[in-house]
Design a protein around this ligand. Structure first.
Ligand SMILES: Cc1cc2nc3c(=O)[nH]c(=O)nc-3n(C[C@H](O)[C@H](O)[C@H](O)COP(=O)(O)OP(=O)(O)OC[C@H]3O[C@@H](n4cnc5c(N)ncnc54)[C@H](O)[C@@H]3O)c2cc1C
Length: 363
């Protein structure tokens, strides 16, 4: 069977890209080894238009956010199921210095649409600890990533367009027309393997920094149903019925997928700094983010094999970035648009040539 595209990996990146390519009229085969603790499956699914520590507008947010909103609305309508929940984010100040810094920065005009209110003292919400006040960030929210993946997976399976198995790279052949893989041929193949791209012989030279993250799900014993997501060192995302997702930790030194007692202790301690609500831990997950040295995604064609591409490196902001970048990339592949230079892997082609020289010194 001949396809326009083969997409390897059906996490957030691959799923959104495959859906976008199909919407643009292409025939797509997806190959994905289902994985319960993929980054996408454990993610809290948060969208925050303001980048936390630096208190800067998130990169390209004025383009990414409206596009993501429309994209998730469309999926909700298609599947008749709520997937994205709009919620303001209450960023709690830790110190009076932080309050001063943030107040000074937020005075700029470009902020206004994202800042709902500023508080220089506690809002007085019962059980919430915010002695220095905080900032209410508008236009945030969270996506039920696993639910979205389940729906898109089901749709592909029904259409006979998903092979739920590990992609065996030894079966891939590069041909004049594109690629062949087992019984399938395609004009182009796109790897969306998340952090596992570090094992991909065609793309292992890319500067991925697999970064472990741990997340908890807790249940409060008292009634606690805030209208916002809380943020102070961690995010506290209300997911309904007094349940909360608390995340996340960052660890690039030991990027395995095991939940640890240290991760749990860090998250519970930070949760307790936000609220005095009694609670118990229901679930604890760990996953690995496909982070990148310069914090920009990795998108584009292989420097020598033009029939191979990657769509990866969404770091900790896949929910916000993937819809817009998938649309742009699908158009770029069809030569209808230019990819943004910031995300193109061509910015790292020199690493590829160094890699090749090192592995094939005679070249
Ligand atoms: C703890 C944690 C919390 C996070 N919270 C947020 C958040 O709140 N908001 C946000 O936007 N982002 C968050 N992220 C980041 C987000 O999860 C990632 O940006 C995004 O999920 C990356 O998606 P991906 O598809 O690139 O990778 P993955 O989710 O890793 O998906 C890759 C898929 O490809 C498959 N695959 C890989 N190799 C092969 C192969 N050879 N053959 C077949 N299949 C293969 C895998 O099995 C998997 O299904 C978080 C991440 C973590 C770990």
């Amino acid at each position: 069977m001949n396809y326009d595209y083969i997409v390897v990996g059906h996490g957030l990146a691959g799923a959104i890209l495959a859906y976008t390519l199909r919407k643009q009229g292409h025939l797509v085969l997806v190959i994905d080894e289902p994985k319960e603790n993929s980054a996408s499956r454990v993610a809290a699914g948060l969208v925050n238009p303001v980048a936390g520590k630096r208190f800067a507008k998130s990169w390209l947010v004025d383009s990414l956010l409206p596009f993501a909103d429309t994209f998730y609305d469309e999926l909700e309508a298609r599947f008749q199921q709520p997937l994205f929940f709009h919620k303001p984010i209450y960023k709690i100040f830790s110190t009076i210095e932080e309050q001063n810094n943030w107040m000074a920065k937020s005075a700029g005009d470009s902020w206004s649409e994202y800042i709902g209110a500023t508080y220089t003292q506690s809002t007085g919400t019962p059980s919430v600890q915010d002695p220095y006040g905080g900032i209410l960030i508008q236009q945030g929210g969270y996506l039920l990533v696993s639910d979205m993946l389940d729906l898109l997976t089901h749709e592909l399976l029904e259409a006979g367009l998903l092979l739920p198995e590990r992609f065996d790279i030894t079966q891939l052949q590069l041909t004049e027309q594109g690629v062949s893989y087992k019984a399938a041929t395609a004009n182009h193949l796109i790897f969306c393997e998340g952090w596992q791209a570090v094992h991909n012989p065609y793309f292992k030279w890319l500067p991925l920094q697999p970064t472990k993250g741990e997340v908890l799900e807790v249940q409060t014993t008292g009634k606690f149903e805030p209208e916002c997501i809380y943020n102070k060192a961690v995010y506290v995302v209300p997911v309904g019925e007094d349940r909360f997702k608390i995340g996340a930790t960052y660890n690039w030194r030991q990027p395995d997928e095991e939940p640890t007692p240290e991760g749990k202790a860090e998250l519970t301690e930070r949760f307790e700094q936000i609220t005095t609500q009694p609670y118990h831990v229901k679930n604890h997950w760990a996953g690995i983010r496909p982070a990148v040295r310069d914090r920009r995604p990795l998108i584009g064609r292989h420097p020598e094999h033009a029939q191979l591409s990657v769509f990866n490196g969404m770091g900790s902001k896949g929910v916000l970035m993937a819809p817009y970048l998938a649309d742009l990339f699908a158009k770029a592949l069809a030569e209808e648009a230019e990819m943004l230079p910031d995300v193109q892997i061509s910015r790292y082609y020199s690493l590829y040539y160094d890699y090749i020289k090192h592995h094939n010194p005679e070249l």
